[in-house]
Design a protein around this ligand. Structure first.
Ligand code: PLP
Length: 373
């Protein structure tokens, strides 16, 4: 109906309210625990979270951070990546990936992507120079990059491999979990991620003790004890409250990912033939941080769904090398990314979505392309 104003989204993209009463009381209890001991920063819950994440990713060490961006910045700095160095990353990611490289003092170099929206290993190979120090792949949408090829390229060329696993908590490639491949791997647990705090949070994992020590110094102004600063850094600490919340949510994360995967399977069945759906490769376990379709007439589809009360997002409409901050300033190769960025659309798929919401969304996408609902 033209001119009809939808007052509230029928199908919201995300709903960050804590509505489940069991979860709500668990989280309130966790918060009360921190109120009781009063160690608001670097409290015991943070150490426990670090142990649990290290164990889960099969790593020796985990270092908690204030955000995923902090985690990336700390990881790059700990690996002594700085002025004069180049870091090859993808063209399509949240800008935090490139910013962490630039703020560490190095130059981000942008590689092209494949149709799965992940970095193209061949493009990475073509961008290696004498100054290349690291490869920083992003497991975009919760699907892991081709880690066997990227690991081989890093080894052949003596490069560090740092995973941006911000969107890929618990994703797997060849049976191996995200965060277990690189010299360092970074996660974000901000409120929107699949494994989410009630605010900002991040974490880095590694097997190297020297890197762990540097990360711990970098986390708090480059200090190694109360007074001594060994290198300039910023304050990148995680709140104990967020760690306490994350510990509780860690117990629920498997079920939540299962529901996201079920939603993806439902959409795959209903939408194939109408749009290009994400494909899970053999041996992979995708966690669907976003369910991102590639659609013809994408902008019209988005508008049509919006009018039906279905909220969608384009993550992200501006490729990193095309951002004003980076345009023309560094090497980049992104022909395929340029085409794909015009077609990507993230449709509602969170674990909180009802069956009706899923069906309503799928039906309207089919209708838009002239199919029966
Ligand atoms: C969310 C995200 C980040 C940044 O994490 P924050 O916790 O928001 O700072 C970095 N890289 C990618 C790919 C992300 O999705």
């Amino acid at each position: 109906m033209k001119g009809f104003v939808i007052m509230e989204k029928k199908v919201p993209f995300l709903d960050l309210r804590v509505t489940d009463s069991d979860e709500r009381s668990e989280l309130l209890e966790a918060v009360a625990g921190v109120f009781d001991h009063g160690r608001m920063i670097m409290g015991p819950e943070m150490g426990e979270l670090e142990r649990r994440i290290a164990e889960r990713t099969g790593r020796r060490y985990a270092v908690a951070a204030g955000s995923g961006t902090d985690a990336l910045f700390m990881a790059l700095s700990a690996a002594e990546i700085g002025p004069g160095d180049e870091v090859i990353t993808t063209s399509l990611s949240w800008i935090a990936t490139a910013n962490a490289v630039a703020v560490a003092g190095a130059k981000p170099v942008f590689a092209d992507i494949n149709d799965d929206l992940n970095i193209d290993p061949e493009s990475v190979r073509s961008l290696i120079t004498d100054r290349t120090k690291a490869i920083l792949p992003v497991h975009y949408t919760g699907k892991m990059c081709r880690m066997d090829e990227l690991t081989a390229i890093a080894q052949e060329n003596g490069l560090l491999l740092i995973e941006d696993a911000a969107q890929a908590f618990d994703a797997k490639y060849g049976g191996r979990i995200a965060g277990s491949f690189g010299d360092l791997a970074c996660f974000s647990m901000n409120a929107m991620k699949v494994f989410a705090a009630c605010g900002e949070a991040g974490i880095i994992v590694t097997d190297r003790e020297d890197l762990r020590d540097r990360l711990e110094a970098l986390r708090y102004n480059g200090t190694v004890n109360r007074e001594e600063c060994i290198e300039p850094s910023l304050n990148c600490r995680m709140d104990t409250l967020q760690a306490a919340i994350l510990l509780k949510r860690l117990e629920r994360v498997d079920g939540l990912i299962r529901r996201r995967r079920e939603n993806a399977r439902f959409y795959n069945e209903r939408l194939s033939g109408f749009v290009d759906c994400p494909v899970e490769d053999e041996g992979c376990y995708d966690v669907y941080y976003t369910y991102t379709i590639r659609a013809q007439k994408r902008d019209q589809l988005k508008e049509y769904l919006e009018a039906k009360g279905i909220e969608t997002k384009i993550q992200h409409p501006i490729l990193m090398p095309q951002q004003p901050a980076y345009r023309g300033k560094t090497a980049a190769r992104f022909e395929n990314a340029r085409k794909l960025v015009e077609r990507i659309l993230c449709i509602p798929s969170s674990e909180k979505l009802s069956r009706e919401g899923l069906e309503y969304t799928a039906d309207h996408i089919r209708k838009f392309y002239g199919g029966a609902a």
